[in-house]
Design a protein around this ligand. Structure first.
Ligand code: F6R
Length: 365
């Protein structure tokens, strides 16, 4: 049931205050400001020497964000892989590794094959999974649930932010186990997670501004998404969302890679979405934005009040999200890129919930 929403995708975007709250609630004890794996499960994070994160599509991009978290907050080396590459590339696995599979459906053929490969090798396995009765949930050692609820729109939205909430919680748990984070750090970071639902509610208020920008962007042939740090995978996810539902060609790039190639694409016809919240990388991303503007690129800056001030009048348009701690910004900044893709697709009149050639669950390779 779509309720009062025109599409399931929009309904699911607007469900994110609840879906993130439920998911965080499965890992975080708000009263004690602590995090733990659900249902009394444990994973010996102090004993692992690395983590492999394997997934497809949007779930893979959630894994790419998690790499930044695990390495920063738990000093745990992470390798991220696309499942269809991992399973066939003869990966040189280490014995004391944890393999995490990220999947909404729990039935994706390549992800399942990668899981079986790791089990065969003797690795400890875990799944960040939305469908608890799925094949992948049944076959892993540890089930790390996302409580997004059923996702109907083919383009993943609330499942993605739920995956990020689970992975952020797990990074805190790993950081504590590996003594990288103190009790105080754990309290501070869990507190940040608890703020996500409220911040998403605020971020959803950019809907009307996004609609207007979408009218203009709907005539683009190509769109570039740029970001640094955790905003790099968010840029890739933004580009994937746009491709999937609007059929506009889009690419996500690390902003620092701009001058190593993609800057050749910039002209007045190529809109560039710069995702740049206030963090230690803001100045660098803003200078990339100026490079784009100098080549007559049409920049949409997605940032907060402070970032908008820093960007001054260089961007063509600015979308302003609430200020937040850099730890949680990838979760919050998922919202504007979802709304942007959605309204561009609506403007183009595509079948948003059932885009051509795509299936919700890819059970063949
Ligand atoms: C994109 C999308 C796909 C899925 C991918 C993996 O919006 O939905 O890229 O993320 O097919 O699916 P799951 O998560 O079910 O393994």
């Amino acid at each position: 049931d779509k309720g009062n929403y025109r599409h399931f995708m929009l309904k699911e975007i607007f469900e994110q205050p609840e879906s993130t709250a439920r998911t965080i609630g499965a890992y975080v004890n708000a009263l004690n400001q602590t995090a733990a794996l659900p249902n009394g499960q444990t994973l010996d994070f102090a004993a692992f020497d690395r983590v492999y994160i394997v997934a497809c599509g949007t779930a893979y991009y959630a894994g790419c964000v998690a790499k930044y978290w695990f390495e920063k907050y738990a000093k745990l080396p992470v390798e991220t892989d696309i499942a269809s590459e991992f399973r066939y590339r003869d990966p040189a696995l280490t014995k004391n590794a944890l393999a995490i599979f990220v999947t909404q459906s729990g039935e994706t053929a390549d992800t399942l094959a990668a899981l079986r490969y790791c089990k065969e090798y003797g690795l400890t396995t875990a799944a960040v999974v939305n469908v608890q009765t799925s094949t992948i949930a049944r076959e892993v050692d540890a089930v790390l649930p996302t409580l997004a609820g059923a996702e109907v729109g083919v383009a993943s939205t609330k499942a993605f932010t739920a995956q990020l909430c689970s992975l952020a919680s797990i990074a805190i748990i790993a950081g504590r186990a590996r003594k990288v984070l103190s009790k105080k750090d754990e309290a501070r970071l869990t507190d940040q997670l608890m703020q996500i639902p409220g911040l998403i509610t605020q971020a959803l208020k950019i809907e009307d501004a996004t609609k207007e920008i979408a009218v203009d962007l709907s005539s683009a042939r190509d769109v570039l998404y740029l970001g640094r740090g955790t905003m790099f995978p968010i840029a890739m996810e933004g580009a994937l969302k746009l491709k999937e539902i609007s059929y506009i060609h889009a690419e996500g790039y690390a902003a620092g890679e701009l001058k190593h190639g993609p800057i050749a694409l910039i002209d007045e016809h190529t809109p560039v979405v710069m995702i740049a919240p206030t963090d230690h990388l803001l100045e660098k991303t803003i200078s990339n934005m100026q490079e784009v503007a100098a080549r007559h690129g049409k920049v949409l800056l997605i940032s907060d009040e402070n970032g908008a001030k820093t960007g001054a009048d260089t961007p063509w348009q600015t979308l302003i999200a609430p200020a937040c701690d850099p730890f949680i910004s990838p979760i919050l900044y998922s919202v504007p890129i979802q709304l942007l893709a959605y309204y561009i697709a609506v403007e183009k009149g595509t079948d948003v919930d059932q885009p051509r050639n795509l299936a919700k669950s890819v059970t063949v390779e």
